[in-house]
Design a protein around this ligand. Sequence first.
Ligand code: ADP
Length: 525
Amino acid sequence: MTFHRRLPAIILAAVIFLAALVLIVGRSLSRDVRTEPLEQDRSALTTFTTQMLGEVKDLESLYQSHLLDVKEKLKTSTSRIETSSICRNVVGLEQVSIFKSGSPPIHIDLRESSRAETLPPPRLPGDDSTDGVIVDLEPFHRDPYGTDFFWIDQAGYPPHFVTRASYQVTLVFAINPHLVATEINSWLQTWLREKYRPVEVAHLTASVKGPYDELLIRSGKEPEEPTPTLLLPISSRFGDWKVNFWEQTVSTVDYNTPILIGSIALSLLLILIGMIGFIQQRRALLLAEQRVSFANRVSHELRTPLTNILLNIDLISDNLPDDAGSARKRLDLVREESSRLSRLLENVLSFSRKERGGPKLRIVPCEVNASVDEILEQFAPSLKRRNLKVQRRGVREPIFVMADQDALCQILGNLISNVEKYASHGKSFEIEINECKEINEVQIAVSDQGPGISKGNAVKIFRPFVRLHDKTTEGVSGTGLGLAIASELAFSMEGTLTLVPTRIGARFELTLPKANATNVIPIAS
Ligand code: ADP
């Protein structure tokens, strides 16, 4: 199927696509999505957070009391080994330092030796070391019977628990907060299972995370956003636990009715126009095809009687006595007009063949001079009547081209017919045959001495149905198909037909591939 036959369907598809686009754009322009927070009772979450805050504080105090227990046990400890074994019972206790007035401090590292890089020991104010948390025992000295422990939270160091074992002995415990937090997490597991229940029952989207972002428990839907709407921190010395809450939202979609209706109407209108256009184009195409096929059929019907007429004219002409002057003249005229009709039919047939996918040619070696002779013989009576002489130039011996014999004669016939129609005042015209050896082509040029064709029309004249409206065509019959068909045939035979600029008249050059010696079959065979 040729492109122009598919064109209506392509245009219709494009219009439907455009209509769909209009509908999509219209819909998105008219769409208004509103997101609103969902009313939810958060009291369960608030209660839970308060409870958890209390629980973490309780656990912290419990840990502190463990440390004080250790202190009590250490009071009676006599050796370093005993001290270590007492301290190792408490999770997260990594180093114990014993400051005894009058003696240098003793630091005992309680960690597994394999994973230890030495811990910086705590130091007293005035100590020259550059590392380690500073333990200021001043409060103890100021108030010997007051509080007997305090915490040091110095930036860059783990928390240190300072406690007084006796009036002269102070113990400093270095604590690993990570280990304590992990322990608290495991204590919290059972507690959470029970206390978090109301939050789950209230279908709140929430979660509880430990100080190191470890998820302890969660409830509700999978949150869309990673960042919670509300973050409630539960701070402790060993890290910050977090209660995260995600507010649920509801989306309502509204459509702007005028925009939506407008876009639907526009796309329907587009589809309607597309459909009407499609139907009309299809109808026009069908009509054009019917016309071409009608012209084709009529031409076919006329072809056979016309060939018979021409044949019989030739027979009558051959049998006429030599003195039948005026009868011969009339017969020549009938022959001339019949030939013209025959050429016209051939052009119409070639055109309709082109419309249906191109001519079917039989490319064989053809002798150029013989073809020119044949055509000139057909034109001889009319050329004689118009007193138009032919000058033959160039190669006169047999020269072969690869062409379809009928197509070659049709091209030459159209060119000579044009000379006869538009340049008969020139007295003579020229047919020149040349061989272009370098490109292995044969050139057949037909030049006349008529009015010529302007440069601006040089391309136009090869288009179907184009006739130049000037003095040349006035009163001259024609369809505007001759040159279009001739150039199409030349192209189909891998040749070209061009109008070459000259000083006088018009010069058409037809080039065709030269037949190689191997292609040419001797006539005798
Ligand atoms: P037709 O001869 O049927 O009009 P053609 O396709 O053969 O169609 O020619 C197209 C137009 O080119 C002609 O109408 C004519 O104006 C112009 N033309 C063709 N050949 C010549 C020529 N040898 N001299 C001047 N004009 C010409």
